[in-house]
Design a protein around this ligand. Structure first.
Ligand code: CMX
Length: 441
């Protein structure tokens, strides 16, 4: 691990020096204006964060350190005999800012294998929950139980100097990433496979071993996991899971506490839980229509019914994106290659043809196109993973890569406590009447 840690510190010091100069020269430069509507409506479009790992373009979608998803699928190292990128490579890219070599990726696989031991009390804590507990709740409880292992909190309690924060956050982040697949697989086997657990295979890559521990030995499922873990990893800094992890980390809460907080945000239906909602929605539609292959007309009627019921169409829309999500497209390509005739996958494609014009016709939805969650479940069902309540846990294991790489950057750049200003409507009214010129401090 030393090599990657040293490289990271070198990059971190260089950027910290650049930022210092940049702020010295341009610290008072204005980078945008804020409208009252933005303050009330979820801070959309307000630039207020720095996240180095990825950048989202409304038209083009996500780029990780400048690389689009198609570019990553081509350029990142693959498993032997595979064609999908290894998530180890994406993590390296987000952390170091450069494409990894095959050797870098192999090194990371080894590091994560060596650090993957999960203490027994974590499993005992999960076991204390009723098996009916939602998998995301079990996942967060598992992460919290693992917090006993935090180097950051131990070293902080022992009086660590602030110049060493990054080092402890780095170690905790690596440990967490190494251990999360084990915890997630444990929850899956506990809840859905009668607690018949599968031991890790030390010869496999991180995502391949995750697939193995969940009980999927099919090579193309392992490939799906590699792709899945890459495309869900990061979506710049303002989304709920990334922003929450960053915010909580800014209080110097250790990476376990910070990630658990982010995962609670991911568990919301407008964010990561949408992946389970999509499959649930399609299953309910199939059941109501009594067909496995609904026609476009039937889908259109069902969409209208969903909207009339005051519900969202899950998997559609986005706070930033204004085109089809390239993460959706990558999964569609995977589907075309591995399962073009699967009826559920075909329904997802049929929904893709049908939903956008209907949403567009409402006139209020800024983005009628599918996001990442519209596709992921159908690919999993193809391989037999039908337990859709588990899907957000998969998203969470992947999202940890991005938010923890960012947390390492937060600490190496010594970002301070996050504390934006809030106001009251009373103050807004006074201010609009010219009775109060200052927002306060
Ligand atoms: N179905 C129905 N209505 C939708 C909609 C959808 N898929 N997407 C947006 N709308 C509605 C909003 O609820 C809002 O309605 P009101 O004005 O009545 O409150 C209106 O359209 C305008 O919303 P918007 O500005 O286009 O979208 P937001 O930035 O507010 O919200 C998102 C973005 C993702 C929460 C929203 O599109 C949504 O609820 N989508 C469905 C859930 C989903 O797929 N979430 C996953 C996102 C990706 C991820 O994080 O994993």
């Amino acid at each position: 691990m030393g090599i990657i840690k040293d490289r990271f510190k070198e990059k971190g010091d260089a950027l910290a020096a650049e930022i210092k100069d940049l702020l010295k020269e341009h610290g008072t430069t204005k980078i945008g204006e804020v409208q009252l509507s933005q303050v009330y409506q979820g801070m959309r479009g307000i630039t207020g964060l720095v996240t180095e790992t990825s950048l989202l373009d409304a038209q083009e979608g996500i780029r990780f350190r400048g690389y689009s998803i198609p570019e990553l699928r081509e350029k990142l190292p693959k498993a032997e005999g595979g064609t999908e990128p290894l998530p180890e490579g994406l993590f390296y890219l987000m952390l170091i800012g450069e494409l990894p070599t095959e050797a870098d990726v192999e090194h990371l696989t080894g590091v994560w294998q060596r650090r993957s031991h999960v203490p027994n009390h974590v499993f005992a804590t999960i076991e204390a929950l009723p098996a009916t507990t939602h998998p995301m709740t079990q996942f967060v409880v598992g992460i919290m139980a693992l917090q006993t292992e935090s180097e950051f909190s131990k070293r902080y309690a022992a009086g660590m100097s602030k110049k060493d924060y990054w080092d402890a956050v780095f170690d905790d982040s690596m440990d967490l990433i190494a251990r999360l697949p084990r915890i997630a697989a444990y929850i899956y086997r506990r809840k859905y496979k009668n607690g018949d657990h599968i031991q890790p295979n030390g010869l496999l890559d991180w995502a391949g071993n995750f697939a193995h521990m969940m009980g999927y030995s099919d090579e193309s499922f392992k490939e799906l996991m590699r792709l899945y873990m890459v495309i869900h990893a990061d979506h710049e800094g303002g989304n709920v899971s990334a922003h929450t992890t960053h915010l909580v980390g800014s209080a110097l809460s250790d990476p376990y506490l910070s990630l658990a907080a982010g995962m609670n945000g991911l568990a919301g239906p407008l964010h990561g839980l949408a992946n389970q909602e999509v499959i649930k929605w399609i299953y309910e539609m199939r059941e109501e229509l009594k067909t496995e292959a609904p026609t476009s007309e039937q889908i259109a009627d069902y969409v209208k019914k969903t909207l009339e019921g005051g519900k969202v169409v899950p998997g559609y829309g986005h706070a930033v994106l204004r085109k089809t999500d390239p993460r959706f497209t990558a999964q569609m390509e995977f589907g075309k290659k591995h399962m073009p005739d699967d009826p559920l996958v075909q329904t997802v494609w049929n929904v893709y043809e049908t939903v956008p014009p209907i949403l567009q016709s409402l006139g209020k939805i800024k983005n009628p196109w599918p996001n990442v969650d519209a596709h992921s479940g159908a690919l999993l069902v193809h391989y037999g993973m039908v337990e859709y309540e588990f899907y957000t846990v998969l998203f969470g294991v992947s999202r940890a890569l991005g938010v923890l790489a960012s947390l390492c950057w937060d600490r190496v750049l010594n970002f301070p406590l996050e504390r934006p200003k809030s106001i009251t409507t009373d103050l807004v009214k006074k201010w609009l009447k010219g009775e109060d010129e200052v927002w306060g401090d």
